[in-house]
Design a protein. Sequence first.
Length: 169
Amino acid sequence: MERSLKRHSNEITYDALQELDYTESVIYETLRLYTVIRLMGRVCLEDVTLPSPFFGKDGEHVRISKGTQIFMPMEEMHRDATHYPNPTEFNPDRFQDNTQRSIFMGFGDGPKLCLGKPFAMAAIKMGLIAILSDFTVELSEKMDRPVKSGNCNIFYSPEPDIWLKFVKV
């Protein structure tokens, strides 16, 4: 972050934010591990028979008819070892490769991609710059571990609450 800001006269510009590749990878990895949305809904566009190993009742292949509403569990998708080796490990480097970014669904995908994604990414980066320029952030002594997904609403919320300590640099 510091190098990018120095190249832009310590001003938070659009170009400076675009250079924060590793910061963006950290954001993606955080959202992968701690998904905000539980389910992503879609409508099946054509009749489909899922390939092995997906079997339904009595060992039959699962068939999904055109027009069927399906819901995909985001946490399970983002922790699938097929796409994310060592899926429970925090590893922002995995998003340095655009292949991983194409699999990530934290903002949706395709025509249902969140319109606010560019704004959200810019706001998160600006917030991180503002905080980390003046503070180091540590877990408070009040913090219980581990943090788990809390209540069963549409959005995840941590349980217990996350307590942080901001130490002036």
